[in-house]
Design a protein around this ligand. Structure first.
Ligand code: ASP
Length: 323
């Protein structure tokens, strides 16, 4: 067996991968690693506990801390890559945030588990093993932040949790970018959208602007937007039906949101949806932004980062067209 193959930093945040009781994650990152002796044998691994939470409790402060910590870690020439262990509920959001804010072409891999460590057929050890292997691989460099579960390698931009099964993580629009075969990655494509070194967003931000998501449904009423406009939000993502439709009953409230100075992004509650500008809705006339193919929760992250740079809807649209 190879020994000390690479220097990898693991940043642990909790989640089911670390959860030995139904209430809270209890296992530390060190304990996760202790369960996989082969990893300690093959890699120099430094583990740091960033949080110990279930991922619905991850906050924007955790994201900023993770981004800072990763940027520090990858600046060390001895570090080959970074793994983040994370609950699966919001894993795709943390991965996408890091995809836009890590300033390095070194591998950064976010990983979790669908089954807790005591469950029959628990997947955490295998997923963590794959993540550490990926974080030490030269072929992973420059591909943006990756997510690995169930032997599938996904781009952080495209991946989402779709079920509660072992194969929960899918990239419904564009598919995985690769897979683990015999313990090694095999890649088939790369994300064309801007990420990491190439993203428009700076290395570090003191805070993130507040952005809300408003969900559409039959009979939706304007108060969902009026409540947001009356609070301290700087932007809102509309999780519309179909291709981000905006019911006529909602349009005056949406225009009022923009007139109040908030950014308004149209996205869709449907997977595999690309929002066409000026199709049924006159986006140009109203200063709306269209969310490309991003899910509402990912459009929210890109809007938060965009608003940290500008509130010009034309400039923000250009971020959505390229990231
Ligand atoms: N509740 C868990 C979480 O932290 C679910 C998981 O990790 O699979 O997101």
């Amino acid at each position: 067996m190879e020994t000390h193959h690479g220097n990898v930093v693991i940043l642990a945040t909790g989640g089911s991968i670390a959860q030995t009781s139904p209430s809270d994650p209890t296992l530390t990152g060190e304990a996760l690693l202790d369960a996989i002796p082969e990893l300690r044998h093959r890699f120099n691994v430094l583990v740091e506990q960033i949080a110990q939470v279930s991922s619905p409790d991850i906050t924007a402060e955790h994201w900023l801390e993770l981004a800072r910590r990763i940027n520090r870690a990858v600046a060390d020439e001895k570090v080959q890559g970074v793994v983040v262990t994370h609950g699966t509920d919001t894993l795709e959001e943390t991965a996408f945030f890091l995809n836009l804010t890590v300033k390095s072409d070194k591998p950064v891999v976010v990983v979790g588990a669908m089954r807790r460590p005591y469950a029959l057929g628990a997947d955490g050890a295998a997923n963590l093993h794959d993540a550490v292997v990926l974080a030490s691989c030269r072929e992973v460099m420059g591909r943006g932040v990756l997510v690995v579960l169930n032997s599938e390698i996904h781009s952080a931009r495209d991946v989402t949790k779709t079920t509660f099964n072992l194969d929960a993580f899918k990239s419904p629009d564009f598919g995985p970018i690769g897979q683990m075969v015999n313990g090694r990655p095999v890649f088939y494509r790369r994300s064309e959208r801007k990420h990491t070194l190439w993203s428009a967003f700076p290395l570090d931000l003191p805070r993130l602007p507040a952005v809300a998501i408003a969900y559409s449904y039959v009979g939706v009423t304007p108060d969902v937007l009026e409540g947001i406009a009356a609070s301290d939000y700087e932007g809102v993502v509309w999780a519309g039906t179909g291709s981000g439709s905006l019911p006529k009953a909602i349009r005056p409230a949406a225009r009022a949101v923009v007139q109040k100075g908030l950014a308004f992004v149209r996205s869709s509650r449907v997977h595999c949806s690309y929002i066409k500008r000026n199709d049924e809705v006159d986006d140009d006339a109203h200063g709306f932004i269209t969310g490309d193919s991003l899910s509402p929760q990912k459009a929210r992250i890109l809007l938060m980062l965009s608003l940290s740079q500008t509130n010009d809807p034309v400039k923000i649209q250009s971020f959505f067209d390229t990231h």
